[in-house]
Design a protein around this ligand. Structure first.
Ligand code: TXA
Ligand code: MG
Length: 327
């Protein structure tokens, strides 16, 4: 802590330098197509422990390991035929597969469990860095635990300045919400632990079987399917409320709408998209929530998304519901 945090542009020289930092056990925040990740050598337990310290992340919340492709993934986990088919179809991309781990994966990465979460990111800079580093990279979202995930280098610095050495600046993340986490530990019972850009509908069509979406609950003592998926997460500091119809006139309350309102707006009114496209909403979601959070409002009121359709709206709704859950 208290170290200088440098934002580096993606030159060949900087990528080589960051590859070296990672191989030596350092932390680097990197752009991915979903959100920025805080990366470390996944095979180095000390380096991975430093991720938990920088984020103030509880040790029971396992990390996603990023790989260049299926061959590297198979060094880390036991793949079954279905998992291989999924990786071939959806990687590189926003799909994380949870599989039985191999013994080379440190316990700190899996939070002591016997499964590991793997994903091959599509972002060209993440891929170049994976190549030059030559190691798998454990990387959770590059934010303080529980806060809104970062979708720009500036967001990373807002949360982690002084705690990490480097941020690789890749501009804004094109997807804007975290990957779909698919549990394949029981091959005949695939289940989504976290909805994301790869949708339940796409997955069940591809697998030709129903794909369950697990609703995580952190209340009570029952074990969570995914230990990190606490009900409250992705939260602004300002209390956030989801409402079916927004009729807020109070200028001390921020209003977040799905579409740009017609006519005049006010400084307390925000919107996630111009025309209502889901991809645009996902891309803007965290930036808008951060803006509203920084505005000094008493409350943030978000227009509730319509009931689910198995598409990207599921991911947006999931994040908003978690952001709205009270401590
Ligand atoms: O898009 C993403 O997935 C981003 C980028 C950086 O790749 N990463 C990300 O990581 O969102 P994180 O740590 O913020 O979220 C990973 C989620 C956590 O909720 C964690 O509990 C779950 O994946 N997870 C990780 N390993 C798991 C495992 N072995 N079994 C079940 N869930 C796991
Ligand atoms: Mg996270």
């Amino acid at each position: 802590m208290g170290m200088q945090t440098r934002i580096l542009k993606p030159s060949q020289r900087n990528l080589r330098r960051l590859g070296h930092v990672l191989r030596k056990g350092g932390l680097v925040a990197i752009p991915t197509e979903t959100v920025y990740g805080l990366a470390a050598n996944a095979l180095d337990p000390q380096a991975c422990a430093a991720i938990f310290r920088a984020k103030e992340r509880p040790a029971h919340d396992p990390l996603i390991v990023h790989v260049i492709g299926l061959a590297q993934a198979e060094d880390l986990a036991e793949f079954n035929a279905g998992a291989r088919r999924l990786a071939r179809r959806f990687w590189p991309g926003a799909l994380t597969l949870v599989l039985p781990r191999k013994s080379c994966v440190p316990g700190v990465v899996t939070a002591g469990g016997n499964t590991v979460a793997l994903r091959s990111p599509a972002h060209p800079l993440a891929r170049r860095l994976l190549r030059v580093a030559g190691i798998p990279l454990a990387a959770p979202s590059a934010n303080r635990f529980g806060y809104i995930s970062p979708t720009s280098a500036r967001h990373v610095v807002e949360g982690l300045a002084g705690r990490i050495g480097y941020v690789l600046d890749g501009g804004d993340c094109p997807i804007g919400v975290e990957s779909t986490v698919l549990d394949l530990t029981r091959p005949n019972r695939p289940r989504i632990l976290r909805p994301g850009a790869v949708t339940a509908r796409e997955l069940s069509r591809f697998l030709r079987r129903p794909v369950a979406v697990v609703r995580q609950r952190s209340r009570g003592r029952m074990p969570l399917a995914s230990p990190g998926m606490l009900e409250r997460h992705y939260s602004p500091r300002t209390p956030l409320r989801l409402t079916a119809r927004i009729a807020v006139r109070d200028p001390a309350v921020a209003v977040v709408r799905w579409c740009k309102p017609v006519g005049a707006t006010a400084p307390n009114v925000f919107w996630l998209s111009r025309g209502g496209g889901l991809a645009e909403m996902a891309r803007n979601l965290y930036r808008v929530l951060r803006l509203a959070d920084a505005g000094g409002f008493r409350e943030i009121c978000v227009e509730a998304p319509a009931p689910g359709a198995g598409d990207l709206a599921d991911a947006i709704r999931d994040r908003l519901q978690r952001a709205a859950t009270r401590r």
